[in-house]
Design a protein around this ligand. Sequence first.
Ligand SMILES: NCc1[nH]cc(CCC(=O)O)c1CC(=O)O
Length: 365
Amino acid sequence: MTTKTIYVSSRKSDLALYQTREVISMLKKLYPEIQFEIGLQDTIGDQVLDKHLTQLGGTGVFTKSLETELLAHRSSFAVHSLKDMPTVLPEGLVLGAVCERESPEDAVIFHPKHRNNGIKTLEALPKDSIIGTSSLRRESLLLKLYPHVKVKTIRGNIQTRLAKLDDHDDYDAIVVAAAGFRRGGLGDRIDQLLDPAVFGYGVGQGSIGVECRADDIEILKMLAKIEHEKSAQCCKAERSLLRTLEGGCQISMGVNTTLDGDELTLTTSLLSRDGNECYTETISGSRFDAESLGEQLAIQLLKNPKALKHLGSTEKKRALTYGNVEAPGDAAAAAAAAENAKKTSPKRTRNERSPSPKKRSRATK
Ligand SMILES: NCc1[nH]cc(CCC(=O)O)c1CC(=O)O
């Protein structure tokens, strides 16, 4: 009897491999007769480390080369950090499963000199301390909540970032995803967890996403069995919010999704890069309507000139579809214009709801 082998695509980092092995071990329990073979891929996000993530083109920098394998039928599924997956996937590919979410919040790791000095919180760091991060969201939130610190770009996988912190005097602390550190076997280095009610996390952060071909019924059936329903619903709401905004890693947005029984509450904050301005909006409803909740929240934001101010040019163009005006800084004038537009009931030249037909693919860093 020949054993069936399923080929799986993964990035090479310790975290990526850990996540890929997690997915495989869940499947092995259900399908002990199947062999799984991992094929490792480098991505642009792994190769180019001297640029800020926003300069890498932004879309699918950690996923594209794995998707090429899927589309060429060289592998059957690819395992990603859900946070790295664009909200619109390439034609022919789908999100086959979202696995159980572990600690979606961000974590702080202090330089050993501070840790040895008993520093346990960002508040306690001396003025002008330098915090390493490569996400716009973390940058804005740090500057808003901890105005005494400075932010400096740091890139690389978690081991690289930790080495950059420990071995030099360039950073006083780094802010990272708690899940990434824990899964990468570095959980004991976490010094502080940031409360997601204040420090919103990235869309999909802490969940593993498994991508496969849309027509691969056999794989889709297998993956459905390892999906974690509640985690998937929370992430669905967040991804639908980001998709409707057409936002990517170029906007500074944090989310916090909670469940109380079947009631899902999604909160999002949009910030200016310097953290001086922050706009927060919340929506609640049934977790079974997750997709629509995310979309409704996005529409609320797109209709609101105060929120719109913090969105990028693509999102602003999108806002026009919702009767909002382009608001280059002057919220009051924009609000007045929007009010006026409502009264005069503008003729719509574009379809109100459906996204523009151009191919969209936005990364969700
Ligand atoms: N873009 C990098 C990235 N993608 C996923 C994770 C961590 C794991 C996760 O968020 O699920 C990280 C590192 C980080 O944000 O610190």
